[in-house]
Write a protein that binds this ligand. Structure first.
Ligand code: PLP
Length: 219
């Protein structure tokens, strides 16, 4: 067995949690090793790289876009992305809606919420997310399937847990209010190589794991 597949099999997943294998900066051969082991869900964070991999690799791969998206590049990834995780402005959502409408698609998206203490991570505040959620009725070609967040990069487990917990709490709050009758609002994308066991405990339904499977990235 390849070392990639071996590390992949070591990740302990509860039945209701989906693993997105984050293959950014990894060669296509690495994606293929996991593909041949039966895995289909992969995450990429750069538009150009995603487009190239999509073009070269098997068409039944489910591509998740997990990076920061610029409005002028949306049109390239909407045709084949199953889920866009990092939506962090209403403007972006409007643009995704437009691109999806043009090709007759309803694009599944997650709203990215800023939960880390670092200033540099993208995402809505809870208030900004509330405002965006209140304006969704005008968009027919996007579907908000849940929330995404990244915890602080720190050894302080308590802080990481607290951040995931606040996101999970907000998720449940939305699920009970604005999305009460929307069964598609069910995904909580949180947890990476360094913190996914905590994310699982706090209610993640999707993990985005790269280096624990593929090893270090070559930037
Ligand atoms: C790169 C990346 C990951 C995966 O990070 P690892 O620490 O390698 O598991 C997860 N989520 C996002 C948004 C990323 O950019």
């Amino acid at each position: 067995m390849s070392s990639i597949v071996e590390k992949y099999r070591q990740i302990c997943l509860p039945a209701n949690v989906q693993l997105i294998a984050v293959s950014k900066f990894q060669p296509e051969s690495a994606v293929m090793e996991l593909y041949e082991a039966g895995h289909r869900a992969f995450g990429e964070s750069r538009v150009q790289e995603l487009m190239e991999k999509h073009e070269h690799l098997p068409k039944d791969i489910q591509w998740h876009f997990i990076g920061h998206l610029q409005t002028n590049k949306i049109k390239y990834i909407v045709p084949f992305s199953v889920l866009i995780h990092g939506v962090d402005s209403f403007k972006l959502l409007e643009e995704i809606d437009k691109c999806a409408a043009r090709i007759g698609k309803v694009q599944d998206c997650l709203l990215q919420i800023h939960i880390a203490r670092e200033e540099t991570k993208f995402g809505f505040s809870f208030e900004e997310a509330n405002e965006t959620v209140s304006k969704l009725d005008t968009l027919y070609n996007v579907r908000i399937c849940g929330l995404m967040g990244m915890a602080s990069y720190t050894d302080d487990e308590k802080a990481v847990r607290q951040e995931f917990r606040s996101l999970a709490q907000y998720f449940r709050q939305l699920k009970a209010s604005r999305f009460a009758d929307k069964e598609y609002f069910k995904e909580l994308s949180m947890g990476m190589s360094g913190d996914y066991p905590i994310a699982i405990e706090e209610g993640a339904t999707m993990l985005r794991i790269g280096s624990s499977i593929f090893g270090e990235r070559n930037y």
